[in-house]
Design a binder for this molecule. Sequence first.
Ligand code: ZN
Length: 350
Amino acid sequence: MDAVERTNTTLIFGRPDRLPVDLHNFQPAAAAMGIPLQEVFRNGELLAESQIRAWREFGHDVILLESGTSSSAEACGVEVVYRDDAAPVATRPALSSLEDVEKLRPLDPWTTFPWSEILKATRIVAREIGDRAYIIGRGDQGPFSLALMLRGYEAFMLDIALNEKPHLIERLLDYCRETATRFAMAQIEAGAHATSIGESPSGPDVVSPRHYRRWAFPHQVRMIGAFRAQGKVIAHHICGNVASILDDFVATGAQITEIDHKTDLAKARDAARGKTTILGPIDTNLLAFGTPDAVDAACREAIDTMRGNAPFHTGFILGPGCALAPETPDDNIHALVEAARKYGRNDDQP
Ligand SMILES: [Zn+2]
């Protein structure tokens, strides 16, 4: 089986020859280019080259292509600072009041920076290795996270806690959902096999489950539903401990659910079984600062837990629980990729 077949088989809970393995490695891949990270993240050709080089080095099945968690915010007018040693960060919100939502206009992902560069990278990676690697073109932030970035963290938290202008909050979330959908769809048009959204700020580490259900969940369901209705695959990322919203998280309908090591994996497996494929959950700190043996042991444990009593490995993509730090050593990444080959095989079982 090739990587695309292996991943597609996994997503429909068939029997792949072995578990696929993913890397969430845009930072170490950019660092390996030996130039300031911001040069890579601003340039579609360099971003593509960093991912293709990393794929040649590690041979992972699934590529998660992105340049950080602020590209949609930047496209929408949030001030972003690019750095030499890490991903860009949002620094100043675009909306000084909720009423400013009236000023927001639809944007074209193909001509708006930095989306245009990320889509260029997706096109190149898809053209060069899209027949041998399963490409998830990250659609950056989902509706809730994007709204929080446009409005600013503290202001948005206050908006939803006071709830004095629910119609304007909904207007903002509608705008963010439509904007996120447009960019994520463009990722697939650019040649990615699937797309994905990050919604970690909607998780229990940041907002209560009550606020999650009221403000984030309905828009996630609607956005993900739009992809499912067209037969397109979308992954949904909420890191941190998602135990208290696990059933809702799965019920958003994403074919791939990204979780990290803070969530009880057996509980996630039981909630996900037959409904969504789990991607994760290896601790990015372990990958950055642990030893290859420790990475190997964590991967083996995760693979065993995800298998449970099932007759064969499926519905699981092994990978980091979140974005790998720029300094993550190659040996640890090799250990992660190798673990899927060592412990995730189905072809040596009857
Ligand atoms: Zn994360």
